[in-house]
Design a protein around this ligand. Sequence first.
Ligand SMILES: [Zn+2]
Length: 179
Amino acid sequence: MNKQNAVSVEPTKAYKHCPKCAGVFEHKGGNWLKCTDCGYSYFVNAAPAVGVFIIDDKKRVLLAKRKIEPKKGTWQTPGGYMQPGETFEETIQREAEEELGVKIAVGKYVGSMPETYDYGGVALPFICAFFTAAITSGEIKSADDVAEACYFSLDEIEEVDMTYPALPALIKRAVGLQA
Ligand SMILES: [Zn+2]
């Protein structure tokens, strides 16, 4: 956990007002907020996200360095939040084009990672599903919220400052699936 997470608060504490009528929320327990005026229930659910392990023929995995806060300068997989109506595959193909400028073919499901993303002092819960993928066209050029993108061997990832602590184990599983 970095210092941003230390000061960020749960959405159930940060969200004070009903999105429907602006009435005052009461925290009913767990992820449930209920409006004291209109009775509208709001549930703080995990937002779905997708990450991609692009593995080259030397079994090295492509990681992207974060250009922006939170966790600026740490390394993570290319990926991002799902937009309404997208499939997992569509999200990672869109993110690969936006962040790296390449088209990819989606491979195998690797695993998932429940985490929080610090946004404006609120620890937003998300669940990230990871897939392997191969580049089908284009040259890697980092853009958007990515400072640089590099391939790392399994030995090298031990030394990398990862954005999330669960990533090294997921990377090892992804490289194993690709073998
Ligand atoms: Zn309300």
